[in-house]
Design a protein. Structure first.
Length: 337
């Protein structure tokens, strides 16, 4: 569909939220302060009176626009939504100013009222336009993030499959009697991975996938692979990104165990507090370069997906010291998709 032929809908921020309302109140108060300071002499009484009038307008307008959101006015056309909101705010301005003049002077001055109404109309139009542009930018950014996320997620699944097939190919050459069971195990794992269409899955599913992958590697590496689990979890249904832990464990197996003739130990910790889940993968570092290529894709993919899903709310930290390599993921509980 041609974007220019697509009907635009009217959108403004959710003024029912405390943060948006507080922002609106603060901005309006700063405008009143600038207006008063621009005059020849500053008067606290004038400032207080203007603040009272403006805040009445702002709070009443926010309350009514908040109620309109509940009637799905975001489905209105751009012209209809803009016109209704503009007239609504202007009616509030007219009512507040007229009531204020009547209380203070006992009469209403039509010319003064019209002058202030025109000024408020210009400001209202600018604010509504700003809100519309802001929502369009947010929607565009979200669409770009969704596209990027879909591309990253589409890339990580074949990566998991191909590297698992490499593991089985080595198993066929070294332990053919176990290869059939390993292939059956892989088919179960990959079927579960493909069945998950969401960007998130329960923590228990991700852990099950990792444990299945480690069983594959255990067939190949035998006693060279030692795994230690440290789980302190109260909510196994906590949503985590699909395939967020497995690539890190795979990296530890390839570079920390398979690259070392003596093998190595991987420690996987899953820790939880009411607000965050922490996933830690720690392994010994090999001084010899690994014969495998391309395994950095998994870690970079996880990092990019965390950024796309959580922004700065999640943490991805790598520590390397004393021949130990440690990756820590700190994940808050995400907003529902």
């Amino acid at each position: 569909m041609n974007p220019q032929n697509k009907q635009l809908h009217f959108e403004i921020p959710n003024l029912c939220q405390t943060q948006a309302l507080l922002y609106l109140v603060l901005v309006s108060e700063l405008c009143v302060l600038a207006w008063t300071l621009a005059e020849f002499s500053f008067s606290w009484s004038v400032f207080a009176l203007r603040s009272l009038s403006v805040q009445w307008v702002v709070l009443l307008a926010a309350a009514l626009l908040c109620q309109l959101r509940r009637h799905r006015f975001d489905q209105w056309s751009l012209r209809k939504g803009w016109l209704v909101s503009f007239l609504l705010v202007e009616c509030i301005v007219l009512s507040v100013l007229a009531a204020g003049q009547w209380v203070l002077t006992g009469a209403v001055a039509p010319l003064s009222l019209l002058q202030k109404l025109l000024a408020s109309g210009i400001i209202t139009a600018m604010v509504l336009r700003f809100f519309q542009l802001q929502q369009q930018v947010i929607a565009q950014s979200q669409a770009e993030a969704n596209s990027r996320m879909d591309a990253l997620q589409a890339r990580i699944r074949p990566h998991f499959l191909f590297n698992s097939l490499n593991t089985i190919s080595e198993l066929v050459a070294t332990k053919p009697e176990d290869a059939e069971a390993a292939i059956a195990s892989l088919s179960v794992l990959f079927r579960a991975s493909l069945a998950e269409k969401s960007r998130f899955c329960p923590l228990k599913d991700e852990l099950q996938l990792v444990k299945g992958y480690l069983r594959l590697e255990k067939w190949r590496l035998g006693d060279r692979l030692q795994v230690s689990w440290n789980e302190s979890v109260s909510d196994m249904n906590w949503p985590v990104p699909v395939l967020c832990l497995q690539p890190l464990v795979e990296n530890a197996v390839v570079h920390g165990v398979a690259a070392n003739q003596a093998g190595g130990k991987i420690t996987i910790s899953v820790l939880q507090t009411p607000r965050i889940t922490t996933l830690i993968v720690e392994n010994s570092c090999s001084q010899q370069p690994s014969g495998h290529r391309g395994h950095g894709i998994g870690q970079e993919n996880v990092r990019n997906r965390l950024q796309a899903l959580y922004g700065d709310a999640a943490r991805y930290r790598i520590e390397q010291a004393n021949q130990q390599y440690k990756v820590t993921l700190t994940l808050p509980k995400p907003i529902k998709e």
